[in-house]
Write a protein that binds this ligand. Structure first.
Ligand code: JUQ
Length: 148
C-alpha cells in the first residue's frame, strides 16, 4: 500500500499551516504589533491565538492521521483528514471574527480527532494481534457477522 493519499492530505495540512502563519504576519503589520510582543488589540490576539492553537494540535493530528491511515484504512483516514483541515480553516476564520465563532468548527475538529485516534487504536491492536498473537481478529469478526 503506497500512502499517496496520506501524503496528499499532509501536503494540504502543511499549506494550511503556512496560510495561518502568513495571516499572523499580516495581522502584525495591520495592528502594528512587533516581535517579541505577542499581544495587541483583540482583533490581533484572536488571529494570533487561532494560529497558535492550530499549531499546538498539528502534531496530534498528523500522527493520528498517519497511524490511522497505515494501520486502519487509508481512504477513511484521508476523509477524516480533509474534514479536520476544513474544520480548522472554519475555526481560524471564525475565531478571527469573534471568540464565539470558533466554537462550532472546534467541536467538529475535536470529534474528527477522536475518530482518528480511535481508528489508530483499533488498527494497531488488529495488527498486533495478527502478528504476535497469530489471531486475525478482523477475519474472525467478518466471518462471525457472515460478511466476506
Ligand atoms: C487534547 C488531546 C487530545 C481533543 C480532541 C481529541 C483529542 C480538543 C480541545 C482543541 C483546541 C482551542 C480553543 C482538536 C476535550 C478533550 C485530543 C483533544 C485535546 N479536544 N481543544 C482548543 C484550543 O480555541 O479553545 O484547539 N482542540 C481539540 O481537538 C477536545 C478535548
Amino acid at each position: 500500500m503506497e500512502p499517496v493519499f496520506l501524503g496528499a492530505v499532509t501536503i494540504l495540512a502543511l499549506l494550511e499551516q503556512a496560510y495561518f502563519s502568513l495571516q499572523v504576519i499580516y495581522a502584525r503589520r495591520k495592528y502594528s504589533v512587533s516581535p517579541p510582543s505577542t499581544t495587541g488589540p483583540p482583533e490581533f490576539n484572536r488571529v494570533y491565538r487561532a494560529q497558535a492553537n492550530c499549531s499546538e494540535y498539528f502534531p496530534l493530528f498528523i500522527t493520528a492521521l498517519w497511524t490511522s491511515g497505515i494501520f486502519f484504512n487509508q481512504g477513511l483516514s484521508c476523509v477524516f483528514g480533509v474534514l479536520y483541515l476544513y474544520g480548522r480553516l472554519q475555526y481560524f476564520w471564525g475565531y478571527a471574527a469573534s471568540p464565539q465563532g470558533r466554537l462550532a468548527p472546534l467541536y467538529v475538529c475535536a470529534k474528527v480527532l477522536w475518530a482518528l485516534i480511535g481508528c489508530s487504536t483499533v488498527g494497531v491492536f488488529l495488527s498486533f494481534s495478527k502478528i504476535y498473537l497469530n489471531t486475525d481478529l478482523l477475519q474472525i469478526t467478518t466471518a462471525a457477522l457472515g460478511l466476506y
